[in-house]
Design a protein around this ligand. Structure first.
Ligand SMILES: Cc1cc2nc3c(=O)[nH]c(=O)nc-3n(C[C@H](O)[C@H](O)[C@H](O)COP(=O)(O)OP(=O)(O)OC[C@H]3O[C@@H](n4cnc5c(N)ncnc54)[C@H](O)[C@@H]3O)c2cc1C
Length: 499
């Protein structure tokens, strides 16, 4: 990185794109570098990896603790908590297998949380290693755009040919909840707790709320969960959503389609929804995440902004209009998932260092919620389909052989295919091993496979994937039959154990 002043300008001055030198209110001007990246999260680091293939003349500007949202407060600690909760929950099922003593197990919640943090620290350490060697090419501070080739960071101005913005997102905590101080938890603070209170409210049952609510309930917290929507975890298929919330409601109290108010009452938080009142000790606000674009200076780009202040971003190049600025990861609000943030950083990095636009096709949509049973959405959601042109096949796991053996026989998988040619379009599910079934389907959808083509692959016995085959066969019944010499036409025996 060049720390010299831009193009021989006077101290305290930088050059506009029209080459007029003008004074800027800063102590230092760094310019003109090839690429500035804002945010050392997954998207920022993925962009950096691509940028470094072409230039070492870059600056990574980062506000807040390093380590990425995923490793520090997101995917990894949440899954560590879920894993502990599920391990404990298994104790309650042991009796069914003829194994005694499971009911004597106890959850040492402080120890559970210590393990979550210990694992978290290991994951974060791995990220820190990746940024350590950057030396002066990583700067701390909150960056703000000042036109399309300039960033302001504190009293410093950075001029860059290309700017990749990857500032991530933050939990939404509405103002009235903030008044309750540290009794309002978010995914940023939950894993930092030394212990947990007896009763916790969870407001919001998207992916994060569902995982946290079930995990807390499974380690012995009395959980009361609420959501304003009628369907949980981003599901659009009413049948799957109803099943999913039904399973969860056996473990903790759920109210859907309700507005809640919180009141500070007798040292507790009272959650009010209609006539219903419930008292809890703390509340986890899981009401979604907001892109970190406030104060980012996007308005200085001159590109049109929507109501939220968000510019239009080309999802195949990550570029904002024809500016020198790219917006990647959670910050653009499009696909707030880890693998998408990584892809978007990659795409932004490629485009920041290429003289011509590089348009990349995006992957088949895939989202997984690590509840039990797992929830997954792959390809197109039911709500995105023309139902007259689509076929739906389903498999209920209540009687599925392998699921029964494992005592995990609950769940519903619904697969959607084109009526015209049997091409797989998407699926929604709340089912055992949904993460794996969803990956298989993503592969099939990505390869543009039809139901018959997928039915041609081997299905081992007894596996949960036989549930997938059941749903596929149901669709196949409504399609023109395949050739007599095609094994895809091999039907079920209709005998449970020989599915
Ligand atoms: C509890 C939880 C569980 C999750 N579980 C999963 C999961 O199981 N699977 C999955 O795919 N996804 C999951 N996610 C989502 C996933 O973590 C995010 O999609 C991903 O981390 C986003 O990466 P990012 O690079 O866009 O942002 P981040 O990693 O947040 O990086 C952005 C960084 O930029 C910094 N920054 C912000 N503003 C500025 C500024 N103006 N100047 C300089 N720096 C700035 C921020 O401090 C931040 O560190 C989960 C998220 C949470 C919160």
């Amino acid at each position: 990185m060049s720390l010299a002043l831009g193009d021989g300008a006077e101290p305290g001055a930088i050059r506009d794109r029209d080459q007029n030198a003008r004074t800027v209110p800063s102590d230092t001007v760094i310019g003109l570098i090839d690429v500035a990246i804002v945010g050392a999260g997954t998207a920022g680091l993925a962009a950096l990896r691509e940028v470094r293939k072409h230039t070492e003349d870059f600056l990574l500007v980062h506000d807040g603790p390093l380590g990425t949202t995923c490793a520090r407060v997101g995917c990894m600690p949440s899954k560590a908590l879920v894993a502990a909760a599920n391990a404990f929950h298994t104790g309650g099922k042991l009796e069914t297998f003829g194994i005694r003593g499971g009911d004597k197990l106890t959850a040492d919640i402080p120890a559970v949380l210590r393990r979550v943090r210990a694992l978290r620290d290991q994951f974060v350490a791995g990220v820190l290693e990746a940024t350590q060697e950057l030396g002066s090419r990583i700067a701390a501070g909150k960056a703000r755009l000042n036109g399309q080739n300039r960033l302001i960071v504190g009293r410093q101005t950075i001029e860059a040919r290309q700017i990749v913005l990857a500032p991530g997102s933050s939990p939404i905590v509405p103002e009235p909840l903030r008044a309750l101080g540290d009794r309002i938890l978010t995914s940023d603070t939950l894993f930092e707790q030394d212990d947990l209170p007896r009763r916790i409210g969870v407001i919001g049952l998207g992916a994060i709320g569902v995982e946290i609510a079930q995990a807390l309930a499974r380690i012995g917290v009395e959980v009361h969960a609420f959501d304003g929507a009628a369907r949980i975890a981003g599901l659009s298929d009413e049948k799957v959503a109803r099943k999913a919330s039904g399973f969860l409601a056996r473990e903790f109290a759920i109210q859907l389609g309700v507005e809640v108010e919180l009141a500070d009452t007798d040292g507790c938080i009272e959650i009010r929804s209609g006539d219903n009142r419930v008292r809890v000790d703390k509340v986890v606000a899981a009401m979604g995440r907001r892109p970190n674009i406030a104060g980012l200076g996007l308005e200085t780009l001159g590109a049109p902004l929507d109501k939220r202040g968000m510019p239009e971003v080309d999802p195949q190049t990550m570029r904002i209009g024809d500016t020198a600025v790219l917006l990647a990861g959670d910050a653009n609000g499009d696909r707030p998932l880890l693998h998408e943030a990584s892809d978007e950083g990659h795409i932004a990095g490629l485009n920041a260092t290429s003289s011509k636009p590089i348009s990349l096709s995006r992957r088949t949509p895939l989202a997984v919620v690590f509840s039990d049973p797992e929830i997954a959405v792959v390809g197109r959601r039911l709500s995105e389909l023309d139902l007259d042109q689509s076929l739906v096949g389903e498999a209920d796991f209540a009687s599925q052989g392998r699921a029964r053996i494992m005592q995990e026989n609950r769940g519903l998988l619904r697969i959607y295919a084109a009526r015209r040619n049997g091409r797989l379009l998407g699926a929604e599910m709340a089912a055992p091993a949904a993460e794996h079934i969803a990956h298989l389907l993503a592969l099939a959808i990505g390869q543009n496979l039809s139901v018959h083509e997928l039915l041609r692959m081997p299905f081992y016995h007894p596996t949960l994937e036989e549930g997938l085959r059941r749903a596929l066969r149901q669709i196949a019944r409504d399609l023109p039959p395949c050739s007599i010499s095609d094994l895809a036409g091999c039907g079920p025996l209709n005998i449970e154990s020989l599915e």
